[in-house]
Design a protein around this ligand. Structure first.
Ligand SMILES: [Zn+2]
Length: 259
């Protein structure tokens, strides 16, 4: 008896899979960053199944789908099997460039040098200002020693000393922040190697990862994707692959969480 029920349940499930019509699915890794250009809402995934059992995956506007036709009047569909591979190919192209394109590598190396240089400049400037402040404070102390308290206060010297002390504290905090901000920029060989690893990581995820892993990966590289049904176009905005990797890894670790 129990077996029969199980068998029927199984049947039911299989039948359900071949049901003609539409259903909303979670298996769409762009849904968290794909926006509707008409209403600004998120797109969600929809699977339609034809009479012959062919399934087609689409992204559709969730606002329209949920019945708010005032905010988003037009129903439109974007085939997932077109847009998904396209986005992935863009991310991969960027990563491949970082791994293999000598011209880009040269450019990145220059950028890194410039960034590190600027940072050093900022650090040096702060340190110079700190030294100045220290001198100023020392001078003020001399004055204060030579004057009696009432005269000193009348001249505003106490206030000046207090301001100098405050500025020093702020500068020290800023210096500390700068020293933490760009710990150590990697050199170009590291970047090329990491990019190669990242491509392998990407291939693994999209061959056999979970939807959450795919979403997590996409979130690192894709800023937004916006569907514009009126212009019949999809606007894609990616984070630069290099900085995506730097930011994702706090320093420069490839994003490997979840594997
Ligand atoms: Zn919409």
């Amino acid at each position: 008896m129990h077996k029969k029920i199980q068998a029927r349940r199984k049947d039911c499930k299989e039948n359900h899979r071949h049901t003609v019509g539409t259903s909303i699915h979670g298996n769409y890794f762009l849904s968290h960053c794909f926006l509707c250009g008409v209403c600004g809402g998120r797109l969600c995934g929809q699977t339609t199944t034809s009479g012959k059992g062919y399934r087609t995956r689409y992204y559709i506007c969730s606002t329209h789908h949920n019945g708010d036709h005032e905010r988003c009047p037009t129903r439109y569909t974007i085939p997932a099997d077109t847009v998904e591979p396209h986005i992935l190919s863009l991310i991969k192209r960027d990563l491949l460039k970082l791994a293999d394109d000598p011209q880009l590598q040269e450019y990145v190396a220059e950028e890194i040098a410039r960034l590190s240089g600027n940072d050093d400049d900022a650090r040096q400037q702060l340190q110079r200002r700190l030294a100045e402040l220290d001198q100023q404070t020392a001078k003020l102390r001399d004055h204060l020693k030579a004057l009696d308290a009432v005269t000193a206060q009348a001249l505003g010297l106490y206030d000046e000393a207090k301001t100098a002390a405050e500025e020093r504290k702020n500068l020290e905090a800023e210096l500390h922040r700068l020293q933490r901000k760009l710990p150590q920029l990697p050199d170009m060989r590291d970047i090329a190697e990491r990019s190669r690893q990242e491509i392998e990581h990407m291939d693994d995820i999209f061959a056999s990862g979970t939807v959450d892993q795919k979403k997590e990966f996409v979130a690192i590289y894709v800023k937004t994707i916006e569907a514009d049904p009126n212009a019949k176009s999809v606007k894609i905005s990616l984070f630069p692959a290099l900085f995506s990797q730097i930011l994702a890894g706090e320093g420069f670790e490839p994003p490997t969480s979840g594997l």
